[in-house]
Design a binder for this molecule. Structure first.
Ligand code: SF4
Length: 407
Protein backbone atom coordinates (compact mmCIF):
# COMPACT_ATOMS: atom_id res chain seq x y z
CA UNK A 1 0.00 0.00 0.00
CA UNK A 2 1.26 3.44 -0.87
CA UNK A 3 0.63 6.07 1.78
CA UNK A 4 -0.54 8.96 -0.37
CA UNK A 5 -1.19 9.48 -4.03
CA UNK A 6 1.13 12.47 -4.17
CA UNK A 7 4.09 10.68 -2.75
CA UNK A 8 3.43 7.15 -3.80
CA UNK A 9 1.26 6.93 -6.83
CA UNK A 10 -0.51 3.59 -6.80
CA UNK A 11 -0.11 3.38 -10.58
CA UNK A 12 3.63 3.25 -10.07
CA UNK A 13 3.60 -0.24 -8.70
CA UNK A 14 6.95 -1.71 -9.42
CA UNK A 15 8.17 -5.12 -8.61
CA UNK A 16 11.02 -5.23 -6.20
CA UNK A 17 12.23 -8.72 -6.75
CA UNK A 18 15.57 -7.29 -7.76
CA UNK A 19 15.81 -5.20 -4.59
CA UNK A 20 15.22 -8.34 -2.61
CA UNK A 21 17.83 -10.10 -4.64
CA UNK A 22 20.34 -7.29 -4.06
CA UNK A 23 19.83 -7.57 -0.32
CA UNK A 24 19.79 -11.32 -0.26
CA UNK A 25 22.76 -11.76 -2.55
CA UNK A 26 24.78 -8.99 -0.97
CA UNK A 27 24.16 -10.44 2.41
CA UNK A 28 25.02 -13.97 1.52
CA UNK A 29 27.97 -13.64 -0.83
CA UNK A 30 29.87 -11.13 -2.89
CA UNK A 31 27.36 -9.79 -5.31
CA UNK A 32 27.82 -9.24 -9.02
CA UNK A 33 25.30 -6.38 -8.75
CA UNK A 34 27.77 -4.51 -6.59
CA UNK A 35 29.88 -3.79 -9.65
CA UNK A 36 29.63 -0.27 -11.00
CA UNK A 37 27.36 0.03 -13.97
CA UNK A 38 25.33 -3.04 -13.14
CA UNK A 39 22.63 -1.47 -11.00
CA UNK A 40 19.38 -3.37 -11.57
CA UNK A 41 16.66 -1.16 -13.09
CA UNK A 42 14.29 -1.50 -10.11
CA UNK A 43 16.73 0.07 -7.69
CA UNK A 44 16.35 3.61 -9.06
CA UNK A 45 12.58 3.25 -8.57
CA UNK A 46 13.11 2.06 -5.04
CA UNK A 47 15.34 5.08 -4.39
CA UNK A 48 12.84 7.49 -5.91
CA UNK A 49 10.02 6.11 -3.76
CA UNK A 50 12.03 6.50 -0.56
CA UNK A 51 13.39 9.93 -1.45
CA UNK A 52 9.93 11.21 -2.41
CA UNK A 53 8.55 9.97 0.90
CA UNK A 54 11.41 11.64 2.77
CA UNK A 55 10.92 14.94 0.96
CA UNK A 56 7.22 14.93 1.84
CA UNK A 57 7.26 13.42 5.31
CA UNK A 58 10.57 14.22 6.98
CA UNK A 59 10.45 15.72 10.42
CA UNK A 60 11.41 19.37 10.62
CA UNK A 61 14.54 19.18 12.78
CA UNK A 62 16.91 22.09 13.37
CA UNK A 63 19.94 20.30 11.91
CA UNK A 64 17.99 19.67 8.72
CA UNK A 65 17.81 23.39 8.04
CA UNK A 66 21.54 23.73 7.48
CA UNK A 67 24.41 22.42 5.41
CA UNK A 68 26.98 23.75 7.88
CA UNK A 69 29.28 20.77 8.58
CA UNK A 70 29.89 21.99 12.14
CA UNK A 71 26.20 21.96 12.98
CA UNK A 72 25.60 18.63 11.27
CA UNK A 73 28.55 17.09 13.10
CA UNK A 74 27.28 18.44 16.42
CA UNK A 75 23.83 16.95 15.82
CA UNK A 76 25.28 13.56 14.90
CA UNK A 77 27.37 13.45 18.07
CA UNK A 78 24.45 14.52 20.26
CA UNK A 79 22.13 11.99 18.63
CA UNK A 80 24.37 9.05 19.52
CA UNK A 81 22.48 6.94 22.06
CA UNK A 82 20.04 9.81 22.59
CA UNK A 83 16.48 10.46 21.46
CA UNK A 84 15.76 13.28 19.01
CA UNK A 85 13.34 14.99 21.41
CA UNK A 86 15.98 15.08 24.14
CA UNK A 87 18.64 16.42 21.78
CA UNK A 88 16.76 19.39 20.24
CA UNK A 89 16.92 21.78 23.24
CA UNK A 90 20.54 20.89 23.96
CA UNK A 91 21.48 21.37 20.32
CA UNK A 92 19.91 24.81 20.22
CA UNK A 93 21.35 26.06 23.49
CA UNK A 94 24.79 24.62 22.69
CA UNK A 95 24.82 26.55 19.42
CA UNK A 96 23.86 29.77 21.16
CA UNK A 97 26.98 29.45 23.30
CA UNK A 98 29.27 27.83 20.68
CA UNK A 99 27.91 28.97 17.30
CA UNK A 100 30.88 27.82 15.23
CA UNK A 101 33.99 25.70 15.21
CA UNK A 102 36.35 28.40 16.44
CA UNK A 103 34.17 29.33 19.43
CA UNK A 104 34.11 25.66 20.44
CA UNK A 105 37.83 25.16 19.84
CA UNK A 106 38.63 28.09 22.15
CA UNK A 107 36.28 26.94 24.91
CA UNK A 108 37.33 25.49 28.25
CA UNK A 109 36.36 21.87 28.85
CA UNK A 110 34.33 22.85 31.89
CA UNK A 111 32.20 25.24 29.85
CA UNK A 112 31.54 22.58 27.21
CA UNK A 113 30.64 19.97 29.81
CA UNK A 114 28.37 22.46 31.50
CA UNK A 115 26.37 22.85 28.27
CA UNK A 116 26.31 19.09 27.86
CA UNK A 117 25.22 18.39 31.43
CA UNK A 118 22.12 16.19 31.49
CA UNK A 119 22.64 14.77 28.00
CA UNK A 120 24.85 11.97 29.30
CA UNK A 121 27.75 10.08 27.75
CA UNK A 122 30.11 12.92 28.55
CA UNK A 123 33.05 11.44 26.69
CA UNK A 124 31.19 12.65 23.58
CA UNK A 125 31.54 16.26 24.74
CA UNK A 126 35.22 15.89 25.56
CA UNK A 127 35.93 14.25 22.20
CA UNK A 128 33.93 16.96 20.47
CA UNK A 129 36.13 19.60 22.05
CA UNK A 130 39.35 17.72 21.23
CA UNK A 131 38.20 17.27 17.64
CA UNK A 132 37.23 20.96 17.33
CA UNK A 133 40.71 21.98 18.49
CA UNK A 134 42.27 19.61 15.99
CA UNK A 135 40.05 20.88 13.17
CA UNK A 136 40.91 24.45 14.12
CA UNK A 137 44.64 23.69 14.11
CA UNK A 138 44.89 21.38 11.11
CA UNK A 139 41.93 21.99 8.85
CA UNK A 140 41.49 25.74 9.00
CA UNK A 141 38.49 25.50 11.31
CA UNK A 142 36.34 23.60 8.81
CA UNK A 143 35.23 20.01 9.28
CA UNK A 144 37.41 18.02 6.83
CA UNK A 145 35.72 16.76 3.69
CA UNK A 146 38.09 13.83 3.17
CA UNK A 147 36.90 10.56 4.65
CA UNK A 148 40.31 9.55 5.98
CA UNK A 149 40.80 12.94 7.67
CA UNK A 150 37.39 12.74 9.32
CA UNK A 151 38.09 9.24 10.60
CA UNK A 152 41.27 10.45 12.33
CA UNK A 153 39.36 12.87 14.54
CA UNK A 154 38.54 11.94 18.14
CA UNK A 155 35.05 10.52 18.56
CA UNK A 156 34.44 10.01 14.83
CA UNK A 157 33.74 6.47 13.69
CA UNK A 158 32.60 5.11 10.34
CA UNK A 159 28.95 5.96 10.93
CA UNK A 160 29.56 9.58 12.00
CA UNK A 161 32.09 10.23 9.23
CA UNK A 162 29.67 8.91 6.59
CA UNK A 163 26.75 10.86 8.05
CA UNK A 164 28.55 14.22 8.23
CA UNK A 165 30.32 13.92 4.88
CA UNK A 166 27.25 12.77 3.00
CA UNK A 167 24.90 15.37 4.50
CA UNK A 168 27.29 18.33 4.52
CA UNK A 169 29.39 17.59 1.42
CA UNK A 170 27.26 15.07 -0.54
CA UNK A 171 30.02 12.47 -0.39
CA UNK A 172 28.75 9.07 -1.59
CA UNK A 173 29.14 7.26 1.71
CA UNK A 174 26.28 5.17 3.09
CA UNK A 175 25.58 5.16 6.81
CA UNK A 176 24.85 2.06 8.76
CA UNK A 177 23.51 2.38 12.28
CA UNK A 178 21.01 0.28 14.20
CA UNK A 179 18.01 1.87 12.46
CA UNK A 180 19.38 1.38 8.96
CA UNK A 181 20.55 -2.16 9.73
CA UNK A 182 17.05 -3.06 10.90
CA UNK A 183 15.50 -1.68 7.71
CA UNK A 184 17.97 -3.58 5.52
CA UNK A 185 17.50 -6.77 7.49
CA UNK A 186 13.76 -6.58 6.93
CA UNK A 187 13.97 -5.60 3.30
CA UNK A 188 16.13 -8.65 2.65
CA UNK A 189 14.60 -10.89 5.36
CA UNK A 190 18.01 -11.36 6.86
CA UNK A 191 18.35 -13.61 9.86
CA UNK A 192 21.06 -13.68 12.49
CA UNK A 193 22.76 -11.24 14.84
CA UNK A 194 23.16 -8.07 12.80
CA UNK A 195 26.00 -6.91 15.04
CA UNK A 196 28.06 -9.98 14.29
CA UNK A 197 31.10 -8.51 12.49
CA UNK A 198 30.77 -10.53 9.27
CA UNK A 199 27.07 -9.78 8.90
CA UNK A 200 27.56 -6.12 9.78
CA UNK A 201 30.19 -5.82 7.03
CA UNK A 202 27.76 -7.37 4.57
CA UNK A 203 25.08 -4.93 5.63
CA UNK A 204 27.54 -2.09 5.02
CA UNK A 205 28.02 -3.44 1.51
CA UNK A 206 24.27 -3.55 0.91
CA UNK A 207 23.80 -0.02 2.29
CA UNK A 208 26.53 1.26 0.00
CA UNK A 209 25.01 -0.53 -2.98
CA UNK A 210 21.58 0.96 -2.42
CA UNK A 211 22.90 4.50 -1.79
CA UNK A 212 21.44 7.13 -4.11
CA UNK A 213 24.73 8.53 -5.31
CA UNK A 214 23.27 11.75 -6.67
CA UNK A 215 21.78 12.70 -3.29
CA UNK A 216 23.62 10.70 -0.62
CA UNK A 217 22.81 13.13 2.19
CA UNK A 218 19.07 12.91 1.68
CA UNK A 219 19.32 9.19 1.03
CA UNK A 220 21.08 8.48 4.31
CA UNK A 221 18.64 10.64 6.20
CA UNK A 222 15.72 8.96 4.44
CA UNK A 223 16.94 5.50 5.47
CA UNK A 224 17.42 6.66 9.06
CA UNK A 225 14.07 8.41 9.07
CA UNK A 226 12.34 5.30 7.80
CA UNK A 227 13.91 3.29 10.61
CA UNK A 228 13.10 5.92 13.22
CA UNK A 229 9.48 6.62 12.28
CA UNK A 230 8.05 3.73 10.23
CA UNK A 231 10.18 0.61 10.39
CA UNK A 232 10.15 0.67 14.18
CA UNK A 233 11.88 -1.97 16.27
CA UNK A 234 8.52 -3.20 17.56
CA UNK A 235 5.37 -3.12 15.47
CA UNK A 236 6.69 -1.65 12.21
CA UNK A 237 4.08 0.47 10.42
CA UNK A 238 4.21 -1.50 7.19
CA UNK A 239 0.91 -0.07 5.95
CA UNK A 240 2.53 3.39 5.84
CA UNK A 241 5.85 2.26 4.47
CA UNK A 242 6.90 3.79 1.13
CA UNK A 243 8.97 0.73 0.20
CA UNK A 244 6.63 -1.95 1.49
CA UNK A 245 6.41 -3.47 -1.97
CA UNK A 246 10.10 -4.22 -1.78
CA UNK A 247 10.11 -5.76 1.65
CA UNK A 248 10.77 -9.42 1.87
CA UNK A 249 10.07 -9.60 5.59
CA UNK A 250 6.63 -8.15 4.98
CA UNK A 251 5.98 -10.53 2.11
CA UNK A 252 6.92 -13.45 4.32
CA UNK A 253 4.94 -12.10 7.27
CA UNK A 254 8.01 -11.96 9.50
CA UNK A 255 8.52 -8.19 9.84
CA UNK A 256 7.75 -8.35 13.56
CA UNK A 257 10.26 -11.14 14.05
CA UNK A 258 13.22 -9.41 12.43
CA UNK A 259 15.87 -8.59 13.24
CA UNK A 260 16.36 -11.55 15.52
CA UNK A 261 17.05 -10.46 19.06
CA UNK A 262 20.61 -10.50 20.19
CA UNK A 263 21.76 -12.33 23.23
CA UNK A 264 22.40 -9.39 25.51
CA UNK A 265 24.57 -9.80 28.52
CA UNK A 266 22.88 -8.67 31.71
CA UNK A 267 23.83 -5.10 32.70
CA UNK A 268 26.48 -4.77 35.32
CA UNK A 269 24.81 -3.90 38.62
CA UNK A 270 26.63 -1.21 40.56
CA UNK A 271 25.72 0.30 43.90
CA UNK A 272 27.13 3.72 44.49
CA UNK A 273 27.04 5.34 47.91
CA UNK A 274 27.18 9.13 47.77
CA UNK A 275 27.79 11.58 50.62
CA UNK A 276 25.71 14.75 50.53
CA UNK A 277 27.58 16.84 53.07
CA UNK A 278 25.47 19.79 54.15
CA UNK A 279 26.71 22.70 56.25
CA UNK A 280 24.47 25.09 58.24
CA UNK A 281 24.47 27.60 55.36
CA UNK A 282 23.05 24.97 53.01
CA UNK A 283 26.29 24.45 51.13
CA UNK A 284 27.45 21.09 49.96
CA UNK A 285 30.69 19.65 48.62
CA UNK A 286 31.30 18.54 45.05
CA UNK A 287 34.47 16.88 43.84
CA UNK A 288 35.82 15.42 40.61
CA UNK A 289 37.28 11.96 40.07
CA UNK A 290 37.89 11.30 43.71
CA UNK A 291 38.65 7.78 44.80
CA UNK A 292 37.42 4.87 42.70
CA UNK A 293 34.18 6.44 41.56
CA UNK A 294 35.36 8.89 38.88
CA UNK A 295 34.89 6.72 35.84
CA UNK A 296 31.14 6.63 36.29
CA UNK A 297 30.77 10.40 36.18
CA UNK A 298 33.34 11.19 33.57
CA UNK A 299 35.02 14.11 35.33
CA UNK A 300 31.80 15.96 36.05
CA UNK A 301 31.35 17.56 39.47
CA UNK A 302 29.74 15.08 41.80
CA UNK A 303 29.12 14.24 45.42
CA UNK A 304 31.94 12.26 47.04
CA UNK A 305 30.98 8.69 46.25
CA UNK A 306 32.25 5.20 46.23
CA UNK A 307 31.20 1.92 44.70
CA UNK A 308 29.76 -0.09 47.52
CA UNK A 309 29.13 -3.74 46.86
CA UNK A 310 28.29 -4.52 50.49
CA UNK A 311 27.46 -2.25 53.42
CA UNK A 312 27.28 1.13 51.72
CA UNK A 313 27.24 3.31 54.83
CA UNK A 314 30.26 1.62 56.37
CA UNK A 315 32.29 1.88 53.20
CA UNK A 316 31.26 5.46 52.59
CA UNK A 317 32.22 6.47 56.14
CA UNK A 318 35.60 4.84 55.66
CA UNK A 319 36.01 6.60 52.30
CA UNK A 320 35.24 10.03 53.82
CA UNK A 321 37.72 9.38 56.60
CA UNK A 322 40.40 8.48 54.05
CA UNK A 323 39.92 11.41 51.71
CA UNK A 324 38.66 14.21 53.99
CA UNK A 325 39.80 13.03 57.44
CA UNK A 326 36.17 13.18 58.57
CA UNK A 327 34.91 11.03 61.37
CA UNK A 328 31.37 9.97 60.60
CA UNK A 329 29.27 7.59 62.62
CA UNK A 330 26.37 5.54 61.31
CA UNK A 331 23.96 7.75 63.34
CA UNK A 332 25.07 10.82 61.43
CA UNK A 333 24.33 9.31 58.05
CA UNK A 334 20.75 9.79 56.93
CA UNK A 335 19.94 7.24 54.27
CA UNK A 336 17.95 8.93 51.48
CA UNK A 337 15.75 7.42 48.83
CA UNK A 338 17.66 5.28 46.37
CA UNK A 339 17.76 6.44 42.76
CA UNK A 340 18.43 4.42 39.65
CA UNK A 341 20.59 5.50 36.77
CA UNK A 342 21.67 3.59 33.69
CA UNK A 343 24.87 4.24 31.78
CA UNK A 344 25.41 1.99 28.73
CA UNK A 345 25.83 -1.51 30.16
CA UNK A 346 25.81 -0.43 33.80
CA UNK A 347 22.70 -0.27 35.96
CA UNK A 348 23.62 2.01 38.83
CA UNK A 349 21.77 2.10 42.10
CA UNK A 350 22.54 5.36 43.81
CA UNK A 351 22.43 5.27 47.57
CA UNK A 352 22.78 8.81 48.88
CA UNK A 353 23.42 9.70 52.51
CA UNK A 354 22.73 13.16 53.87
CA UNK A 355 25.37 14.12 56.39
CA UNK A 356 25.05 17.42 58.23
CA UNK A 357 28.39 18.93 59.10
CA UNK A 358 29.46 22.03 61.02
CA UNK A 359 31.83 22.91 58.22
CA UNK A 360 32.71 21.37 54.90
CA UNK A 361 36.18 19.89 54.48
CA UNK A 362 38.59 22.34 52.87
CA UNK A 363 40.24 20.60 49.99
CA UNK A 364 41.84 21.72 46.77
CA UNK A 365 39.88 21.39 43.55
CA UNK A 366 36.45 21.15 45.14
CA UNK A 367 33.32 23.24 44.80
CA UNK A 368 30.91 24.21 47.58
CA UNK A 369 27.68 25.39 45.92
CA UNK A 370 24.33 25.64 47.65
CA UNK A 371 22.72 22.22 47.58
CA UNK A 372 20.87 21.81 44.29
CA UNK A 373 21.90 25.23 42.98
CA UNK A 374 24.77 24.26 40.78
CA UNK A 375 24.55 27.09 38.25
CA UNK A 376 26.89 26.45 35.35
CA UNK A 377 28.89 23.72 37.06
CA UNK A 378 28.90 20.61 34.86
CA UNK A 379 27.12 17.95 36.88
CA UNK A 380 25.53 14.76 35.63
CA UNK A 381 21.83 13.98 35.83
CA UNK A 382 22.70 11.38 38.49
CA UNK A 383 24.12 14.13 40.68
CA UNK A 384 21.03 16.25 40.08
CA UNK A 385 18.83 13.34 41.09
CA UNK A 386 20.70 12.94 44.36
CA UNK A 387 20.62 16.69 44.99
CA UNK A 388 16.86 16.74 44.44
CA UNK A 389 16.30 13.97 46.95
CA UNK A 390 18.64 15.55 49.51
CA UNK A 391 17.09 19.01 49.09
CA UNK A 392 13.61 17.61 49.62
CA UNK A 393 14.76 15.87 52.78
CA UNK A 394 16.70 18.84 54.12
CA UNK A 395 13.60 21.03 53.87
CA UNK A 396 11.65 18.75 56.18
CA UNK A 397 11.51 19.62 59.88
CA UNK A 398 14.69 18.40 61.54
CA UNK A 399 14.50 15.03 63.28
CA UNK A 400 18.24 14.61 63.52
CA UNK A 401 20.59 16.79 65.51
CA UNK A 402 23.96 15.18 65.10
CA UNK A 403 26.72 16.77 63.06
CA UNK A 404 29.87 15.20 61.79
CA UNK A 405 33.16 16.97 62.35
CA UNK A 406 36.51 16.87 60.68
CA UNK A 407 38.98 14.94 62.85
FE1 SF4 B 1 9.96 -2.11 7.57
FE2 SF4 B 1 7.46 -2.93 7.17
FE3 SF4 B 1 8.61 -1.21 5.47
FE4 SF4 B 1 9.38 -3.73 5.56
S1 SF4 B 1 7.38 -2.96 4.97
S2 SF4 B 1 10.72 -1.95 5.47
S3 SF4 B 1 9.18 -4.18 7.75
S4 SF4 B 1 8.12 -0.86 7.66
Amino acid sequence: MWATASVHDSRRKFRCATIRRVSAVSLSASSPVASPGRTPPQIPKFRRALLAWFAARKRDLPWRRTKDPYRIWLSEIMLQQTRVAAVVPYYESFLLRFPDMSSLARAREEAVLSHWAGLGYYSRARNLLRAAREIDARHGGRFPSKHEDALRLPGIGRYTAAAVLSIAYEKPLAVLDGNVARVLARLGAVRGDLRAPALWRQLEGTAQELLARNSPGDWNQAMMELGATICLPKSPKCAECPVAKCCQARALGVADLLPESRKKSAPLQITLAAAVLLDPRGRTLLVRRTGRDGALFSRMWQFPAIEAPADASLLLARHLKEIFAMKITAKEMIRLKTARHTVTFRAIQLQPFLIRVERLPRIADARTPLLGRFGKLPVSSATRKIAGTATAYSLKPRQDSTKARPL
